[in-house]
Write a protein that binds this ligand. Structure first.
Ligand code: PLP
Length: 391
């Protein structure tokens, strides 16, 4: 037996354990200080009643002989695929239920989609970014080219036509920078992909935070995207499903490479290696997309948006450069006083009792940046903004 040695090329991520260790040490030294956690990338608002009612009802159905369900379709129940297609249609984007694959979240699908591509492919990944893209490709032994996201380009880098890549990652709204690509920028990626025969993996996990109709929420709003882009979405941040687990991936029929349909390949991959998301969770997801559900989700999204606005106002007030904070739950701020991101972490914890996420955890270009999130409670967000204003 020979191990996959690419696993040994992964850099050990101590980001969250390091944060926990430092916070614990601080708490032991200052038991009187209330620590405010602005580093979490998880939602905190509970599921709306319309969603939990659907979950309960589906659980009851499973307990009766006449409505019990065993294995469901690997691609997802038609009722949920239709609800997702309607969710797109309401924004004027045509995606058919056959092109939608229900899964247990964007993270799994983003990792699993790589089954479809040769290990010889070259991958273009922005830096900084959600670390899953980098690690899943290192595991497969692919060579990675980094797309430099910096303060100069507003953390919205564009591909360079002289650099050749086969797989391009886009995350918009971005984790961790909160930056959102506009239509023109996305079109540049699509044009590059079509010229180079490349595929775009478009992570739209935070699309629901976009409130400006001028900004694209789906890559399929753009010309030519159906021929080159796969879109990954999730109920996690949109509907508070981080603990329930449900997402969907869209592969249009036009994705044909070397005469082969990526949609067919993905269907084959899923029917071979995946047995679907549980029935109650799919019912809950469909309820989240119902008119009542969408109203309730919008309330939660507005709550997080207002938190983001409070933090953005504070950063503006302090004259700190930042991206995000609008159309995103993340604020990506330049560390003050020229500090590095871990130094700033310690400084903010010591002087304000606030925990954020050091930018270095998301790539080398995060070294002088720091991520704050809007997923906390309103009270904590207001208190954190007040404490930072006093620094
Ligand atoms: N993509 C991005 C950019 C994320 O930040 C996250 C979660 O934090 C995910 C995907 C994973 O989402 P899911 O919970 O659907 O697996």
């Amino acid at each position: 037996m020979k191990l996959n040695e690419h696993y040994f090329e992964l850099t050990e991520s101590y980001l969250f354990s390091d944060i926990a260790r430092r916070v614990e040490a601080f708490a032991a030294r200052h038991p009187e200080q209330k620590i405010i956690r602005m580093g979490i990338g998880d939602v905190t608002r509970p599921l709306p009643p319309v969603v939990t009612a659907a979950l309960e009802e589906a659980a009851r159905e499973m307990g009766k002989r006449e409505s019990f369900r065993g294995y469901g379709p690997e691609q997802g129940y038609p009722f949920l695929r239709q609800a997702v297609a309607d969710y797109y249609a309401d924004r004027g984007t045509v995606v058919s239920p056959e092109e939608i694959f229900i899964g247990d979240g964007a993270k799994s699908d983003l990792g699993n989609i790589l089954d479809l591509f040769s290990p010889d492919c070259t991958v273009l990944i922005p830096d900084p970014v959600y670390p899953v893209y980098v690690d899943t490709n290192i595991m497969a032994g692919r060579s990675i080219i980094y797309l430099e996201a910096t303060g100069q380009n507003g953390f919205l880098p564009l591909p360079d036509s002289r650099v050749k890549a086969d797989i391009l990652y886009i995350c918009s709204p971005n984790n961790p920078t909160g930056a959102v690509y506009d239509r023109r920028a996305l079109q540049t990626f699509i044009d590059y992909a079509r010229e180079n025969g490349a595929v775009i993996l478009y992570d739209a996990a935070y699309e629901a935070f976009i409130a400006d109709p001028e900004l694209p929420r789906s890559i399929y709003e753009l010309e030519g995207a159906r021929e080159c882009a796969i879109e990954f979405c999730s109920f996690s941040k949109t509907a508070g499903f981080t603990g329930l687990r449900c997402g969907y991936t869209v592969l249009p029929g036009e994705l044909i490479f070397d005469g082969h349909s990526l949609q067919k390949m993905w269907l084959r991959r899923q029917t071979t290696k995946f047995n679907g998301v549980s029935y109650p969770v799919q019912r809950a997801a469909a309820a989240a997309l119902s008119p009542e559900g969408r109203g309730a989700l919008e309330e939660n999204l507005s709550y997080y948006r207002e938190n983001a606005r409070i933090l953005a106002d504070m950063l503006k007030n302090r004259g700190v450069f930042y991206t995000g904070g609008r159309h995103s739950p993340y604020l990506w701020m330049r560390c003050e006083r020229g500090m590095g991101s871990w130094q700033y972490f310690d400084w903010l914890l010591e002087n304000a009792g606030i925990v954020g996420t050091p930018g270095a955890g998301f790539g080398k270009n995060g070294e002088n940046y720091f991520r704050l999130t809007a997923f906390g409670s309103r009270e904590d967000t207001i208190e954190a903004a007040g404490r930072m204003l006093l620094l």
